[in-house]
Design a protein around this ligand. Structure first.
Ligand SMILES: [Fe+2]
Length: 226
């Protein structure tokens, strides 16, 4: 096993400069990379926000490519691989959007899907189900949703991504025990916005707190990218 393989993955990050509000400049993105390196992250999935009511797929991909090219020459300095992805916000009928599959994480048929901040309706769950029949679905930062929504996601056995923020001591026991015990957590993420120091410190702590479970989740993340 080489050094890169021993390093951790960050499956949810807003690290591309000027694609969304995660990073407003190359300088900020480089700070994020530095913080990620300090947290022993070797691979970052760049999951820029995609809002179906605001964005067009082709325009989004073109902007994302251009901004990735700005960052790419610096990646070797940090020993970090960045894969292009998107955090796609769910809306009713998203399954009918043309080129949805192009928003999957680079080289995969895996879509990171964010539940919007509103009560989930049966139609919204039906939309997820229809998408799920066409491609793999990973539900973004499951720790952020209301209990009822989380329970329905667990009942449907979707693959789930947890954010590092879920592991702050006050929240750990009460909010995410059931999620962790479900065995459905397939990915961890920093969900980094801004300089990255806090997000990557949290991710490092989460990795430590998870212990053996982290080994399983790291393997699962590698598997998702194959
Ligand atoms: Fe995010």
């Amino acid at each position: 096993m080489n050094n890169t393989e021993q390093m951790y993955l960050d499956f949810h990050a807003h690290i591309l400069p000027g694609v969304d509000h995660g990073s407003s400049s190359l300088e900020t993105s480089l700070q994020q990379l530095e913080a990620a390196r300090e947290a022993e992250i070797g691979t970052i999935v760049a999951t820029s926000h995609f809002y179906p009511h605001l964005h067009q797929v082709e325009e989004f991909l073109s902007l994302r490519d251009r901004r990735f090219q700005l960052l790419e020459p610096h990646l070797a300095d940090y020993g970090i691989t960045v894969l292009k992805g998107a955090e796609v916000q769910l809306c009713i009928g998203l399954d009918k959007m043309q080129n949805l599959e192009k928003l999957c994480i680079e080289g995969t048929d895996l879509l990171l899907l964010e539940i919007p901040d509103m009560p989930m309706t049966a139609e919204m769950f039906e939309t997820i189900e229809r998408i799920h029949k066409r491609m793999r679905v990973l539900i973004a930062h499951v720790n952020r949703y209301p209990k009822k929504t989380v329970q329905k996601l667990l009942d449907r056995k979707y693959m789930l991504q947890l954010n590092a923020e879920a592991f702050t001591p006050l929240l750990l026991e009460q909010n995410i025990r059931q999620i962790l015990e479900s065995g459905l957590v397939y990915a961890l993420g920093s969900d980094v916005h801004g300089s990255g120091k806090r997000a990557y410190r949290s991710l490092k702590k989460a990795i430590r707190r998870l212990g053996v479970q982290n080994d399983v989740i790291q393997q699962r993340m590698k598997g998702l990218l194959q």
